[in-house]
Write a protein that binds this ligand. Structure first.
Ligand code: GLN
Length: 246
């Protein structure tokens, strides 16, 4: 029997714009092609928390979406903080990245406290930062995607960014060339796109961490030849996208 991996899609109803649900599809497909059995839990406000979670994916959303989910996020904050410290891999895009920080002050002056997993704060401004984004990450090489946010995020001293931005894109704040953040096995980033179909190294980091935490190591013993070929095909598609973005 294939080994199962429990993947949570966090607030897909309100926090899922610019194709972020593609991240969930990519994790599901890659897990299958590595010979694992993904179980996807859609978690929205008020839902029961599943018995077990190996990997958590959160998307971006408008300020209004963030306001809708915030109370439920506070309800789950201790749990999420504990999971992050234990090493559960998580990917938080844009609006959820902001709420994983200390606070987000929106452009209309509303302050939303975050849950403080990432040492960063965000301040909204009138001008939006929109466009293709290419960053260089020590861990993942070039990461490519698309950003669209008004919030400017500033990392606290000592917090590592996901990568640095030079030519293309604005990143965390358009000023200090940082983009995203890396804490425990949590990645926060402004990269939509979707991010994961175009960046297999990031997908495989999340999958590798989830599988090794649950089963001791990440192996592909149950992978068939057909699955290996299909995975290679996915990677070729990503490589084409990456070439045209670079
Ligand atoms: N509402 C936030 C901002 O504009 C997040 C936007 C998003 O998730 N794309 O900064």
């Amino acid at each position: 029997m294939a080994k199962t991996i429990d993947v949570m899609s966090l607030y897909p109803k309100d926090m899922n714009i610019y194709g972020d649900s593609g991240n969930v599809l990519t994790i599901r497909r890659r897990l299958e092609l590595y010979g694992y059995e993904p179980v996807i839990h859609q978690y929205n406000q008020g839902d029961d928390w599943p018995n077990h979670v190996d990997l958590i994916l959160g998307g971006g959303g408008q300020d209004t979406g963030q306001k809708k989910i915030i109370d439920d996020l506070y309800r789950r904050a201790n749990l999420l903080r504990a999971l992050a410290v234990e090493g559960t891999p998580m990917l938080m895009i844009c609006g959820m990245y902001q709420l994983f920080g200390e606070y987000f002050e929106t452009v209309d002056g509303t302050r939303l406290d975050g849950i403080g997993i990432i040492g960063a704060y965000t301040v909204g401004q009138d001008a939006r930062m929109i466009g293709n984004l290419v960053e260089h990450s020590e861990q993942f090489g070039d990461v490519i995607g698309y950003e669209n946010h008004s919030g400017q995020t500033f990392l606290r001293p000592g917090v590592k960014p996901l990568g640095t931005v030079d030519a293309d894109g604005r990143g965390n704040n358009g000023k200090d060339h940082t983009e995203g953040a890396r804490v425990h096995n949590v990645i926060g980033t402004y990269m939509h796109g979707s991010l994961l179909p175009k960046n297999p190294a990031v997908s495989d980091f999340l999958i590798g961490a989830a599988v090794s935490r649950r089963y001791g190591s990440f192996d592909t013993a149950d992978q068939t030849k057909e699955q290996a070929a299909a995975l290679a095909e996915l990677d070729r598609t990503a490589a084409h996208a990456r070439e045209s973005a670079a």
